[in-house]
Design a protein around this ligand. Structure first.
Ligand SMILES: Nc1nc2c(ncn2[C@@H]2O[C@H](COP(=O)(O)OP(=O)(O)OP(=O)(O)O)[C@@H](O)[C@H]2O)c(=O)[nH]1
Ligand SMILES: [Mg+2]
Length: 212
């Protein structure tokens, strides 16, 4: 069932942090969007929050080099993480942002789930597997989101989803796999359901029913 109200629409930009010391208090709930550069993280955030330019998107990989924080309300935040695994960036810059990324993942207690975004045409690269295995190791739920599904015919896209599910079957208790297109808004409802669930947002209707 889809959430009647998309609470992500309330998301507002809070800050761009170079490292976790510049983030706000480690309380409430955070959901992080991670993935290789150019995977479509910022585009997905804009699509899911129904805001055209909340997160900056770019044709140039490596655009998001800071930890961008978007608040939904006082207790809930979405985090746009710097893209990983992009080679054509000066080594010093790359090292610095990989360090802030791994620090965020290791130390942020309020992190409740990670969306690992992968271009549906190139899923499960080594760096993606590292991210997924790290999350599973830390018992953190993962949504493996196969982005830019509009680039494949629907049969091919479905096959890729099935293939990726099969490859990640060992971690099925913690991992969900979905296809997604920011361009076509495909898969949006399913993703919103998962994120509302992680954020602990329950439909008011459901609460009423439970109380009766
Ligand atoms: N066709 C298509 N293109 C997309 C989709 N999502 C993103 N793109 C394009 O892919 C490119 C990268 O998108 P971004 O959202 O900036 O990617 P990112 O993961 O935030 O990249 P970094 O910030 O560099 O890590 C842009 O040119 C987007 O327009 C999609 O669903 N379909
Ligand atoms: Mg980005």
């Amino acid at each position: 069932m889809s959430p009647k109200q998309n609470h992500l629409r309330q998301a507002k930009f809070v800050t761009s942090a170079p490292d976790i010391r510049h983030l706000g208090e480690d309380s409430g709930i955070e959901i992080a969007f991670a993935g290789r550069s150019n995977a479509g993280k910022s585009s997905a955030l804009n699509c899911l929050t129904e805001q055209k330019a909340l997160a900056r998107t770019s044709k140039t990989p490596g655009r998001t080099q800071l930890i961008n924080v978007f608040a939904i309300d006082e207790d809930r935040r979405l985090i746009d993480l710097p893209g990983y695994g992009f080679a054509q960036v000066p080594l010093e810059v790359k090292k610095k942002w990989q360090a802030s990324l791994s620090e965020y993942l290791q130390e942020r207690d309020c992190l409740r789930g990670i969306v690992v975004l992968m271009d549906i045409r190139h899923p499960l690269k080594d760096v993606d597997m590292q991210m997924i295995e790290w999350s599973v190791h830390n018992r953190l739920p993962v949504l493996a989101l196969l982005t830019k599904s509009d680039k494949l015919k629907s049969g091919a896209a479905k096959n890729t989803v099935l293939k990726v599910r099969k490859e990640l079957a060992a971690y099925a208790d913690l991992i969900q796999v979905e296809s997604f297109s920011s361009l076509k808004k495909a898969g949006k409802e399913r993703v919103l359901n998962i994120l509302h669930d992680w954020l602990g947002i329950v439909d008011e209707d459901e609460i009423e029913q439970a109380e009766q």
